[in-house]
Write a protein that binds this ligand. Structure first.
Ligand SMILES: Nc1ncnc2c1ncn2[C@@H]1O[C@H](COP(=O)(O)OP(=O)(O)OP(=O)(O)O)[C@@H](O)[C@H]1O
Ligand SMILES: [Mg+2]
Length: 511
């Protein structure tokens, strides 16, 4: 592909992501969006904008244009950022334009790097490394802001692979919970030390005190790790484990640091969720999860305890059924899906993915963050969805559980109230995930029919569970909560304080 084409594609993806955010968060709430048969119009910063639109609430958009002196002209990212700033005003946000431009530059560099490199042979890892444009409703989906480091060498989308750095932690400052024992197989450590892997980028970013003997440098692993879609979680083939590292890099809304209470909380959840998932798998065969049995770090103050904290996560290959291939849901959403029977494929998808998430909430008080990046779908040899693998315990929360005996900060970070938990479930599962898969299938089958099938599956489930109020409301067509990512970036708020905006509910049907 030539450079000009790559630049144009990155620009279009950037305008598209910004426009989607504008429809939801900027123009929508101000009553300045007009959805027409084949396009959407909106007014931002006093200017009228339009783009071809399909995909329902997933808003798959064509080229954005703005109305200048009565004629439509292509809309550039810089112009749209200026219009957003005009509309949102206030004290402004000098970071915002830089994040958007940074994200666009990363997309361009990634597209060029992919031309030169070879994707992984493992189909699961190839799917992890396929999210070239990233989160479709984020203003700067590919921004990677860090103090230093060559981000491209660590980028999953550039098909990166790299050795990990190994440290030795002296036993008197070793911190671990659960069972992180798999890490010992990465290499030998001298007597009195335990081996601790570090993401090589984090190794550059942290100022490590290697002088006093509490922490020693053991060089690099001989094997190569492969980064997954979250950038900071890698797959280590010699261990057949995923390792979730801290990375002092802002990716979408968070600097990706494992807080001490999250490290502890993930191990706590791995214990508590074992019986929950056993039950879910019995009721809904094909339900899997990736436990995080332990973490390891060094007791050298909070900055290093968190900066070096690494969680061990089971790999999907060890959990999925024979003959089944795990594929990242987010990768399916950007593939040219072409099942022979789209409605049957979709029904199976909704049954595998949605029902265990709803059952986890209603029956077990467990909030699964089933967004496109946290779910792997198990496809059989014919490409049909037969399993769903849920991962990422950091976003998994408990509603109404007795957490006495768990440290206060850990328990607080694990707990949601019922309302907050439900909003999270609905946003992740329906808005972030199912709406995107449905939009991708729209080329093969009208959205109306897809959502009617989803409605049937959910209604049948609701019947068997005494029609829970929240689910009945959802089926009655109440608006869905959509996370306001542009607003979070604009206000520089913490991700946990992100708000929701209402979007149309595609499950709503005529009486
Ligand atoms: N549709 C999407 N929804 C949410 N995140 C997405 C989406 N597409 C891409 N992403 C990316 O996936 C990551 C999601 O963040 P999340 O907090 O779930 O993962 P993590 O905790 O960093 O890692 P892991 O999932 O390995 O535990 C971010 O890097 C985000 O940019
Ligand atoms: Mg995740």
């Amino acid at each position: 592909m030539d450079r000009l084409l790559v630049a144009t594609e990155a620009e279009r993806a950037t305008v598209g992501a910004l426009l989607r955010c504008c429809v939801r968060e900027v123009a929508g709430p101000r009553g300045q969006v007009w959805q027409l048969t084949d396009h959407v119009s909106l007014r931002v910063g006093g200017v009228l904008i339009r783009a071809r639109a399909s995909g329902g609430i997933a808003l798959r958009l064509g080229q954005g244009e703005w109305l200048r002196d009565g004629a439509w002209e292509p809309l550039s990212p810089e112009h749209l950022v200026a219009l957003i700033s005009e509309e949102l005003g206030g004290d402004g946000n000098e970071e915002f334009a830089g994040q958007v431009a940074g994200s666009q530059a990363v997309m361009e560099a990634l597209a060029l790097a992919r031309e030169e490199a070879t994707p992984p042979a493992d189909p699961w890892l190839a799917s992890e490394q396929s999210l070239l444009h990233g989160h479709p409703f984020h203003p700067a989906p590919k921004a990677r802001s860090a103090a230093k480091g060559d981000w491209l060498s660590y980028a999953p989308e550039a098909y990166a692979r790299f050795p990990l750095r190994l440290l030795g932690v002296r036993d008197d400052v070793l911190v671990e919970e659960g069972d992180p024992g798999a890490l010992d197989r990465l290499g030998p450590a001298p007597d009195g030390y335990t081996v601790l892997p570090v993401h090589p980028w984090q190794y550059e970013l942290l100022d490590l005190p290697l002088g006093d003997g509490r922490l020693i440098d053991l060089g690099q692993t001989t094997g190569y790790a492969t980064p997954t879609s979250s950038v900071r979680t890698v797959y280590e083939p010699d261990l057949d484990k995923c390792l979730k590292f801290s990375l002092d890099v802002r990716i979408t809304n968070c600097v990706r640091k494992n807080a001490w209470y999250e490290l502890s909380g993930s191990v706590e959840l791995s214990r508590r969720l074992a019986p929950v998932f056993a039950d879910l798998a019995e009721t809904f065969p094909g339900t899997r999860w990736l436990p995080e049995p332990g973490y390891r770090s060094a007791d050298l103050g909070t900055r290093l305890l968190e900066g070096l904290g690494v969680l061990v996560r089971c790999s999907p290959w060890g959990r999925i059924g024979a003959g089944v291939t795990p594929v990242l849901a987010g990768a399916l959403a950007v593939r040219d899906l072409n099942p022979s029977d789209p409605l049957a494929w979709w029904r199976a998808y909704v049954e595998r993915v949605a029902l265990p998430v709803l059952e986890a909430y209603f029956r077990h008080g467990v909030v699964l963050e089933a967004h496109l990046q946290n779910v792997l779908v198990g496809l059989d040899a014919q490409g049909r969805p037969v399993e769903a693998v849920f991962r990422d315990l950091e976003g998994t929360k408990l509603v109404g559980h007795d957490l006495s005996g768990v440290r206060r900060e850990v328990a607080a970070a694990l707990t949601y109230d019922a309302e907050r938990g439900w909003n999270r479930v609905v946003y992740c599962l329906f808005v972030n995930h199912l709406a995107e898969i449905a939009a991708t299938l729209e080329r093969r089958c009208p959205l109306r029919e897809l959502w009617a099938v989803a409605g049937d599956v959910l209604a049948a489930y609701a019947e068997t569970r005494g029609r829970p109020r929240r689910l009945a409301e959802l089926l009655a067509g109440v608006p869905l909560p959509a996370k306001a990512n542009l607003t979070v970036r604009w206000s520089r708020a913490a991700d946990r304080n992100a708000t929701y905006v209402p979007v149309a509910n595609p499950l709503a049907r005529p009486l």
